[in-house]
Ligand binder design. Structure first.
Ligand SMILES: NC(=O)c1ccc[n+]([C@@H]2O[C@H](COP(=O)([O-])OP(=O)(O)OC[C@H]3O[C@@H](n4cnc5c(N)ncnc54)[C@H](O)[C@@H]3O)[C@@H](O)[C@H]2O)c1
Length: 368
């Protein structure tokens, strides 16, 4: 590979967030974009000035100049496209989850091993400001020994306006935002899971995926670790402000996510002592050109105002994700969320849903 890593972004809803990041990253370029609807394709192409535009994913695979493909299509397409991309010799990034079945996740791991190319699941929850802060508390020894971790992802997708495939989606089939901070901070993989379903969603949603529960709550046993974690997911017919949260309890400090958005997380340093903390942004870890995307907006010096632009969402995680993917390719190493880790995180959710449907039976996570 000579010069910059040439990336094609496929799927331009959420995927459009990453176009400016590859354009600005000093080691990358956004070489091409792809999505099915030509009108929207041209809109994004014109907005960001990307010339090479495709409506068929398969056409990208034949273009030798493309080094890497970043897949941001609906979940049912992730594993199929990732396997095709890896088999075509492309480094492959894919939004969460890795797949929707255990077999799909294992296929991705096999394709990654066979191709020798980089695979990265682009998990926003392990690059947010809050995550980087909590991991720093652990890495610097300030938190002491970890004793327990808890995560949640509560969203109400009952409302109209989402793409059709979401309605009735099993909550634990999209659990990586709640699971991954716990697993990344503990440094352990999931060994087995038990999960209970609670409540019931409306009939017309429940029958779509044969998934009846309003809430699914799982207990994860970790491999080679004395820790277990608790994870809660809800998607329909349960009211709460949106939240993707994690809590970490240690022997010296504990970190808890905010109750109401905007309050800020709390660090506990004693039985009586609690302090809301202001989380720094972690732009200093990134190249200067994309560092501003770790904050909510980008300051425009010429017009002297801060604008909220595409590329700066999900706790400032997007530029870190793009950077890790590109650096893994250049440094010829595995990405942090490589295929095996991605498969474990994704399969833990898939197995949790299976457990809930079987009334809480313990399910072992396959080793791919
Ligand atoms: N925090 C996060 O990590 C996060 C946030 C939002 C979305 N996502 C994930 O990103 C994915 C996309 O979400 P979205 O909201 O943009 O979905 P969407 O359904 O609105 O958009 C999907 C895009 O993929 C394109 N597409 C679908 N099938 C295609 C095909 N066969 N070939 C080429 N293009 C195809 C569509 O044209 C569209 O541009 C989902 O899997 C979602 O879970 C992750």
């Amino acid at each position: 590979m000579a010069g910059k890593v040439k990336v094609a972004v496929v799927g331009l809803g959420f995927g459009a967030e990453f176009v400016p990041l590859y354009q600005k990253h000093p080691d990358a370029e956004c070489y091409a974009i792809c999505q099915r609807n030509e009108e929207n394709l041209n809109k994004i192409g014109d907005q960001f000035g990307v010339e090479r535009r495709f409506t068929k994913f398969e056409d990208l695979l034949k273009i030798d100049e493309i080094d890497a493909i970043h897949i941001v299509t609906p979940p049912a397409e992730h594993a199929r496209m990732a396997v095709l991309s890896l088999n075509a010799g492309k480094h492959t990034a894919c939004t969460v989850p890795t797949g929707l079945a255990k077999e799909e996740c294992i296929e991705v791991v096999k394709a990654r091993r066979k191709s020798g190319r980089v695979y990265m699941m682009m998990e926003t929850a392990v690059y947010t400001r809050e995550f980087l802060y909590a991991r720093e508390l652990v890495d610097t020894g300030k938190l002491g020994k970890i004793q327990f971790l808890r995560g949640s992802h509560q969203q109400n997708m009952s409302l109209p306006g989402w793409p059709d495939y979401w309605y009735g989606f099993p909550p634990m089939h999209y659990a990586t935002h709640a699971l991954s901070p716990l697993l990344a901070i503990s440094g352990a993989a999931v060994k087995s899971v038990v999960c209970q379903g609670s409540g019931t969603i409306r009939e017309e949603y429940a029958e779509k995926y044969n998934s009846p529960f309003a809430i699914e709550t799982a207990l994860l046993a970790l491999r080679n670790s004395d820790l277990s974690c608790e994870v809660t997911r809800s998607l329909f017919d349960t009211i709460r402000q949106y939240r993707e949260s994690f809590d970490v309890y240690g022997t010296k400090l504990s970190f808890e996510w905010e109750q109401i958005a905007g309050e800020g997380p709390v660090v506990y340093s004693g039985y009586e002592d609690a302090e809301r903390v202001e989380i720094p942004d972690y732009g200093h870890r990134l190249p200067r050109e994309i560092a501003p995307y770790t904050i909510h907006g980008v300051y425009d010096e010429e017009h002297e105002h801060t604008s909220f632009v595409q590329g700066a969402g999900h706790g400032g995680s997007h530029p870190h994700l793009a950077h890790e993917f590109i650096r893994a390719i250049i440094e010829k190493r595995e990405s942090y969320v490589d295929a095996e880790r991605a498969a474990n995180w994704t399969m833990a959710g898939i197995c949790a849903h299976e457990s809930a449907l079987k009334g809480g039976e313990r399910i072992e996570i396959p080793l791919p």
